[in-house]
Design a protein around this ligand. Structure first.
Ligand code: HH2
Length: 296
């Protein structure tokens, strides 16, 4: 598999040799999976502690978000999102040496997070919700994740329909990558994401995972965020988010086989282990030879 690079500010992320793991740090009180870290006094110390642990567990990058995008969620006002995200990025920048991404649709949050040390913007609206977002990303020279979503978090799960979900998501992402290029954001800075769980029924999510290679044709690394999502719970008879780790592991392992470049996950330690083994199966053992010391 050929190596590729993503340019984000001063940092370069290498793709192609192995699957990267993005750890989710939700600075929220209401994230769908119950991992939100905005839990009263001392929350910033907790963010740093969890971020450090994720990096120790093998996270390649961290994604900091201050607004839940769970189905039906109301938007968070700008001032409140800034109050959550900017100090978190500042503190993490001092504490860890991996690229930091900011999960936001608001240009001002992105701008201040980038100034505080973030390297990428993860925009679930693919630069559509805030007219200033493209300019902020272009001016900063940072990386950007463009994700597919049908509707908005408020209404996206109201009976979503597609004629051909893979073709529609691919066409959408292709149009957004081209649009971003016209705004001064080169393809070398873009990651695409089919948006697992964003305006999709379980069968749509599964179909998208099966066809991840289609999105590779856009010439950008492909990210997938299946972690603890309701499709996984539904497949397991309605298990709650805290019990979706094994189901998430199945999606992550198969996503590696289907060509994903980055997986966005909550359970970093477990998913790093899943990815290591899946990568060895799919990509071979290059670089792993020296590790074999046990006799059983
Ligand atoms: N999923 C969530 C949030 N941001 N970004 C990308 N690129 N891809 C995803 O699949 C994705 C995302 C939802 O998960 P989470 O952040 O854990 O929940 P919440 O939005 O409720 O905080």
């Amino acid at each position: 598999m050929t190596a590729r690079q993503l340019l984000c500010g001063q940092r370069v992320l290498q793709f192609g040799h192995r699957t990267l793991v993005m750890g989710v740090l939700n600075v929220t009180p209401d994230s769908f999976s119950g991992d939100g870290l905005l839990t009263g006094p001392g929350w910033l110390d907790r963010v740093v502690e969890v971020g450090r642990q994720m990096v120790a567990d093998g996270a390649d990058l961290l994604d900091v978000g201050g607004e839940s995008t769970r189905p039906g969620a109301d938007p968070v006002p700008l001032g409140e999102e800034l109050r959550r995200v900017v100090p978190a990025v500042e503190a993490l920048r001092q504490a860890v040496d991996v690229p930091l991404s900011v999960d936001t649709t608001k240009a001002e949050v992105a701008r201040q997070a980038l100034r505080a040390g973030a390297d990428l913007v993860n925009d679930i609206s693919a630069l559509r919700f805030d007219p200033d977002m493209a300019r902020v990303v272009a001016d900063a020279g940072c990386g950007v994740v463009l994700m597919h979503m049908k509707g908005t978090p408020k209404d996206m799960q109201r009976d979503p329909h597609y004629r051909d979900v893979v073709a529609e998501v691919r066409d959408f992402l292709e149009e957004r990558v081209r649009w971003a290029q016209r705004q001064g954001i080169p393809r070398e800075r873009v990651v695409v994401d089919p948006g697992f769980g964003f305006g999709k029924r379980p069968e749509h999510n599964l179909e998208l995972v099966r066809h991840l290679r289609t999105f590779r044709e856009l010439g950008c690394p492909v990210l997938l965020g299946p972690s603890r999502k309701s499709t996984v719970g539904w497949l397991l008879g309605g298990l709650p988010p805290a019990e979706r780790v094994e189901g998430t592991a199945a999606v992550v392992a198969l996503a590696v086989a289907f060509g994903v470049d980055v997986v966005r996950v909550h359970d970093v330690r477990a998913m790093v282990r899943v990815v290591r083994v899946a990568d060895a199966l799919v990509r071979g053992l290059a670089g792993e030879e020296g590790r074999w010391t046990a006799s059983s």
